[in-house]
Design a protein around this ligand. Sequence first.
Ligand SMILES: [Zn+2]
Length: 72
Amino acid sequence: METRQEAALSRLEKNSRVGKIRLIVAIDACPACRRQEGEYDKGHVPELPTRGCSHPLRCRCFYEPTLIEIFP
Ligand SMILES: [Zn+2]
């Protein structure tokens, strides 16, 4: 079954206003999550929750779109 984050990612990838997709990590994210932080092209975005996440509260990374155009 698709997770909430997978669903969010596929929505962003289908949205033509979205240029790139940023992976945002929590301030106290574990090393595995920190390594994934950054901006990615569509189709090259790492999946969430992060594989090997070692944080006691679990992976709290999320996706944020980079918009091509700003709404008027
Ligand atoms: Zn983590």
